[in-house]
Design a protein around this ligand. Structure first.
Ligand code: ADP
Ligand code: MG
Length: 979
């Protein structure tokens, strides 16, 4: 049978993999046959035996056939036994199929196993989990929600426990102690965000090794891997808390100006659109509209894409086509001037597709009449050079002027940013579509499910901009204590693999970003699902009406229907319409995982009608009820094409599991966002004009093609965004690794003193180097004074500037370090050693944390400011990297400061703050280090670290700041877990 499947199977690289697996499958069967003679206890003893062999150096690869055979034999012996899963009694009745053995091999070999829904991926994972757990290290399985983590750990736990392994699962409500216990097991089931947040708390928050819960990042299988590594990849996990000091946000001050600008634009577009409408109405039959008329539509589209008049006119295929043709012409380089002139009639130009809004010259002049430079960032570097070259200034005056220049710069950049965000808030974010206002709060609406996302905020000031637009109180911005993206979290693992029903369309991404190959594993039984052509309607209303008709037809026969929707809003519309048609049905929208799993499980029963959004019930198996197969099985009806083909495939895959019959069909309307924004309108308009009569549905292979092309286009765009985002986060990622390593060094080391001493020596070397720009040459007196003042204040070590200058670079550094070491040794004589050590640890951790948090904030600022530099024809990503790794320079050193916050005191200086006497047992009370002043930022640095950070910079090219939207929907948590 296995070879038969092999032949059926197409893709050659898949075939090669399957061919490699074939002998292993035979070996597994041979071993299992032999194990048949063992008693239960003897079979269980295999686990101990394997562990010992691994400990002696045998590789997991070599053990694979025996280990898999053991698991399979155990599963066979368990058949007929009872297991309690989430409160239900289940009878174990599964023995791994051959294709499941192959899936298990793929997972062990760091691949993504594409296995259709219902193929039993939960069981597949037991094989590689068992094998890898033999190493004694923590193996993890990631599920899409807490309910599935619990279900699968209890279900598969039956098998693992029988074999002598421990299994745990992490639930959102668990205490640190419970989490620790779960990670202590051989195998741990958990969701991606629980894992990520535990990582952040362990590395960014814990003050001792006892507080850390995770053991390691060894082997991890991600279930429904596309949903987690692709859909959720852009979601940063953020632990945040309130900001201590904050500057007044610029929004309220700028709002009246922007509102006025919006008014101008609305009036302009209304006028243009009405003029165009009148001109089109007056057109003689068959006559072509003039360019001038179409340009007005073009302006409306780029000025107010959601203008009612425009949308109404676009329902007419002819005008739609004419505008698209014009758009094509204007996009060409030849017409650059014309396009520019048109744009300059607007106050600002909106790109709905890219979620951007840019001021035009007209807009700038309207906002700040007579101030042509209002939106130009001052050139801070040149200003500083000029000040340094001015002999008439005293050092004091020079510093003051520099500070004034800096303040001016910061204000200008903040204003530009704030205006940009306000424009986006006004022109792209619609109330009751993108957000709702409740109790004086702006609440985000999830674009995928339509649910309100309480507590989530758009980042980068956008949320405050929307609050300002709505006239509700601006909520305080929070400060990031720790953050990581899902992408980067999963890149921590030594061995990563995944499984899902739909990975092939994203294979390139899995490969490029995670180094994971995709193998499509054949189904256990051939799939006989019938996928019908899409039907296209002109309007959403007609589409829904047709959906109800199709549901009615199936329902009348008793055939169950699963209706897929793209949002809660359309779920509700359909539910209302079904209610009117008196068709009993159930609605799911991914709110209550456990309850929904129970409902979805029944979606295959005779006569069932179930409406579900994309994610609802994912991971739950839909079995057919009695007699349903004869009616054609489950009918899956998609009421909208999703942006990505993968999600559509996922929906289709809900039916025809394990060789069941079933069919699927998608309905599409030209009003759907996908069609409106991305479809190749030329083709559609053509078809529309030729064959559309009012209310006529359209079914044509060309349309399927056109829709797929639209989807590919969005997929490509989204992939670019994710990839680019990764490049941005790579920078932070490398820095995080270094900082967390230092932090963990301080937590875990017996004696944190060497860490501190090393930091001190590094700091001294840095400062001495500033005194002697040329190590052989003479020193700078001004800097020497600064060095001495610092040394006296921090340790205290007394040395005069003259002494420093006389000693020269190398000797001065050695002298200072030596004196500090002696001082410390003296202190140790009369202090309690353990107490001192605990204190040193605390000081080190707090200093690292505070500086790292400031650094995170600073990196956010930086990302924002490089976004602005896109205007200067520079690649923001390159700029970002250059700036991110540039050490801060002190103003008095005569260096050119970093763009945003020059003259930061050295972060580690505060490691060296005065040690309080006689307060050792109470630990540190409050902060002994000076608080950073508002507006000043500090960042970790040091030559060695810099070198490490710089090794391995990436490259990038496109202009635009993809992280802007990407950060829009972060998952936030408070610093401490529940309870
Ligand atoms: P997937 O995650 O691939 O969609 P599940 O792991 O939820 O699939 O399993 C789907 C169904 O198939 C479950 O009801 C499970 O009991 C059943 N199943 C899986 N593997 C086997 C097997 N080897 N023998 C019998 N039933 C199986
Ligand atoms: Mg599953």
């Amino acid at each position: 049978m296995f070879l038969g499947l092999l032949k059926l199977f197409a893709g050659s690289h898949h075939r090669r993999f399957l061919r490699q697996c074939a002998p292993l499958v035979r070996k597994i069967h041979a071993h299992q046959k032999a194990y048949g003679a063992l008693t239960d206890d003897q079979l269980r003893a295999k686990t101990t035996e394997f562990r010992a062999r691994v400990a002696k150096g045998e590789t997991l690869d070599a053990l694979l056939p025996e280990a898999f055979a053991t698991v399979r034999e155990a599963a066979r012996r368990l058949c007929g036994t009872q297991v309690e899963v989430c409160g239900h009694q289940l009878t174990w009745n599964m023995v791994h199929f051959d294709v499941q053995l192959i899936g298990g091999m793929a997972l062990h070999r760091r691949k993504i196993a594409e296995m259709a829904t219902g193929e039993g991926k939960t069981l597949v994972a037991t094989l590689p989990l068992y094998l890898n757990a033999l190493s004694g290290r923590n193996c993890q399985l990631v599920t899409v929600n807490d309910y599935l983590a619990r279900r699968d750990s209890e279900w598969m736990g039956h098998l693992f426990r029988w074999l002598g392994l421990t299994v745990g699962c992490i639930q959102n409500s668990m205490s640190p102690a419970e989490r620790r216990a779960a990670y202590g097991c051989d195998i741990t089931y958990a969701t991606a965000s629980e894992l990520g947040f535990d990582y952040l708390r362990d590395n960014g928050m814990a003050f001792s090794a006892e507080e850390q819960v995770q053991r390691e990042h060894f082997f991890c299988i991600v279930d429904e891997v596309d949903s987690i590594l692709v859909d959720e990849a852009r979601t940063p996990l953020i632990i945040s808390g309130p900001v201590a000091e904050e500057r007044e946000p610029a929004f309220p001050r700028l709002r009246p100006d922007v509102a006025r600008l919006i008014d101008h634009q609305v009036r302009l577009i209304n006028r243009l659109a009405s003029e165009a409408e009148a001109a089109l109405a007056a057109l003689a039959p068959g006559a072509e509209p003039t360019d001038e008329t179409i340009d007005k539509l073009w302006l409306a589209k780029h000025g107010m894409p959601r203008s009612r008049t425009l949308l109404r006119l676009m329902e007419n295929g002819r005008w739609r086509k004419a505008l698209e043709r014009r758009e094509g012409v204007l996009a060409s380089d030849l017409e650059k001037d014309r396009r520019y002139k048109l744009k300059e009639q607007l106050y600002f130009a909106v790109s709905e597709r890219h979620h951007e809004a840019d001021l035009t010259q007209l807009g700038r002049d309207t906002l700040r009449p007579g101030e042509p430079d209002a939106f130009v960032l001052p050139d801070l570097a040149s200003a500083f050079v000029a000040l340094d070259a001015d002999p008439a200034l005293s050092p004091q005056q020079r510093a003051e002027r520099k500070q004034a220049a800096e303040a001016g710069y910061i204000k200008a950049s903040e204003d530009i940013h704030a205006i940009g965000q306000l424009l986006r808030a006004y022109s792209l974010y619609e109330r009751d579509v993108h957000y709702v206002v409740q109790d004086q709060k702006v609440l985000i609406v999830d674009e995928h499910t339509g649910r309100i996302l309480p507590g989530r905020r758009w980042s980068d000031g956008l949320h405050q901009a929307v609050e300002c637009k709505e006239g509700v109180p601006l909520e305080r911005e929070t400060k990031t204590y720790a953050t990581i993206t899902i992408q980067n979290y999963f890149r921590l693992y030594e061995k990563l693999s995944g499984m899902t029903g739909t990975a092939e369309t994203e294979a390139a991404e899995f490969h490029d970003i995670y180094g994971l190959g995709v193998v499509a594993i054949p189904t256990h039984r051939p799939c006989i699902r019938v996928d019908e052509n899409d039907i296209v309607f002109k309007t959403r209303r007609e589409k829904y009406a047709h959906a109800i008709k199709l549901i009615q037809e199936s329902h009348a026969k008793g055939q169950p229907v699963l209706v897929g929707t793209a949002s809660v809003e359309s779920s509700e519309t359909l539910s209302r319409m079904l209610g009117l048609a008196r068709i009993p049905h159930k609605v799911l929208n991914a709110k209550q995982h456990a309850l929904e799993a129970d409902i979805v499980a029944l979606a295959g029963q005779r006569g069932a009608v179930t409406i579900a959004t994309n994610m609802a019930g994912r991971g739950t198996d839909i079995k057919l009820g009695e007699g349903v197969a004869e009616l054609g099985g489950l009918f899956v009806l998609g009421t909208e094409r999703h942006e990505s083909r993968r999600v559509d495939r996922q929906l289709r895959g809900r039916c025809s599991r394990q060789g069941d019959p079933g069919r699927s069909r998608f309905l599409v309307s030209l009003e759907d966002d996908l069609m409106r924004l991305f479809a190749n309108a030329g083709t559609i308009s053509n078809l529309l004009e030729k064959s559309f009569k009012e209310g006529d549905p359209l079914e044509h292979p060309l349309l399927n093609w056109s829709i797929t092309t639209a989807q590919k286009r969005v997929e490509a765009q989204n992939y670019t965004i994710r990839k680019r985002l990764l490049q941005y986060y790579d920078v932070l990622n490398r820095q995080r690794e270094v900082v967390y390593a230092i932090r963990n060094g301080a937590i875990r080391s017996e004696d944190p003193r060497p860490v501190l001493m090393e930091l001190i020596a590094e700091e001294i070397a840095d400062r001495v180097a500033a005194v002697f720009p040329d190590p052989r040459g003479p020193g700078l007196r001004e800097s020497a004074e600064g060095l001495v003042a610092w040394a006296t204040g921090a340790f205290p070590v007394r040395l005069t500037p003259d002494e420093v200058l006389a000693l020269g670079a190398d000797k001065a550094a050695a002298e200072l370090s030596g004196r500090v070491a002696r001082l410390h040794a003296e202190r140790e004589e009369y202090e309690d050693r353990d107490g001192l050590r605990a204190l040193e640890r605390q000081v080190a951790l707090r200093a690292v944390d505070r500086n790292w948090q400031d650094h995170l904030t600073e990196m956010e600022d930086l990302r924002r400011s490089v976004g602005l530099r896109g205007y200067a024809q520079k690649d923001p990503l390159n700029e970002y990297k250059t700036e991110a790794f540039r050490p801060p320079q002190r103003v008095q050193d005569g260096g050119v400061p970093r763009l945003q916050r020059p003259a930061r005191p050295h972060p580690r200086r505060r490691l060296l703050g005065p040690v309080p006497h006689g307060d050792l047992h109470g630990g540190l009370r409050g902060d002994h280090a000076p608080r950073p002043r508002p507006g000043r930022r500090h960042r970790p640095r040091g030559p060695r670290r810099r070198a490490r950070l710089q090794a391995g910079g990436a490259r990038g090219e496109a202009p635009a700041d993809p992280t802007r939207d990407a950060q829009d929907r972060p998952q936030r948590r408070r610093p401490h877990p529940q309870g």
